[in-house]
Design a protein around this ligand. Structure first.
Ligand code: GLN
Length: 242
């Protein structure tokens, strides 16, 4: 009997889909299939039930008010919490990252909205909007480091509590806001600011999520054209070129 497909669950693209972060789901699904592992991309719209048996759940970036609708729907649905309790991975970008925290404010209103509380972080409107290409250094669980590149565009600045650790150290750009740390990790929940989509631009991060979800290491994929593109992008960000 063949194994059930690995489910990659893309949450609420109609709310949190304006930055193209759905590409992260495509990348994860492809990287599994390229290795001969059966995978299924499941896109869940607001109001539809969230499957509780996903391996990786993905949240993307979006506009301020869409974040409130998304957080309310996810809380009402509840399945994401059960999936995380069962060991699923959640990878959330920008607005998606912000809603994973305890609370966030939106726009100029400064109204504090309760988040999902699956990351020990809080987001408040920052003194400046953080926009531009970013580069940060991610220390992988094996101690090796790898660069993360992407494009950030956020008004919220995020502060980490003691249960969350930064995903990476900022070399260029804003990261969580003050240009020191980028993103947050707590168990199998990872939040990050860069779009790109980030997993297309950073295949090692994509494979890290898959390895966590599968509980085993994966053979590297030999994709020289992706490596060449990545090398060009890293030097462009370092040198401030478009
Ligand atoms: N609305 C949020 C902010 O501006 C998130 C933006 C985004 O997802 N890029 O902080």
């Amino acid at each position: 009997m063949s194994a059930a497909p690995v489910k990659i669950v893309l949450l609420y693209q109609s709310l949190l889909g304006i930055y193209g972060d759905h590409g992260n789901a495509v990348v994860l699904t492809k990287r599994l299939k390229w290795r001969g592992i059966d995978a299924e991309l499941i896109s869940v719209d607001p109001g539809d039930p969230v499957p509780a048996d996903g391996a990786v759940y993905l949240l993307g970036g979006g506009e301020d008010t869409a974040q409130i609708t998304a957080v309310n729907q996810l809380r009402a649905d509840g399945a994401l919490f059960s999936a995380l309790d069962d060991g699923a991975v959640l990878f959330a970008v920008c607005a998606g990252y912000q809603i994973c925290g305890h609370s966030f404010t939106i726009g100029a209103r400064d109204e504090v909205i309760e988040g999902l509380g699956v990351l020990d972080v809080e987001t408040r409107r920052g003194p400046e909007r953080a926009v531009g290409e970013s580069l940060s250094r991610w220390t992988r669980p094996d101690g090796a480091t790898s660069l993360i590149t992407g494009f950030e565009n956020h008004g919220g600045w995020t502060t980490l509590g003691s249960d969350a650790t930064p995903l990476a150290a900022v070399e260029k750009g804003w990261g969580n806001g003050d240009s020191t740390t980028e993103g947050a990790v707590q168990g199998r929940v990872i939040g990050a600011y860069p779009h790109g989509p980030i997993l297309a631009r950073n295949p090692e991060l994509a494979d890290h999520l898959l390895e966590q979800a599968l509980g085993r290491s994966l053979d590297p994929l030999d994709l020289p054209e992706i490596e060449a593109l990545r090398t060009r992008r890293v030097s462009a960000v370092r040198e401030g070129r478009p």
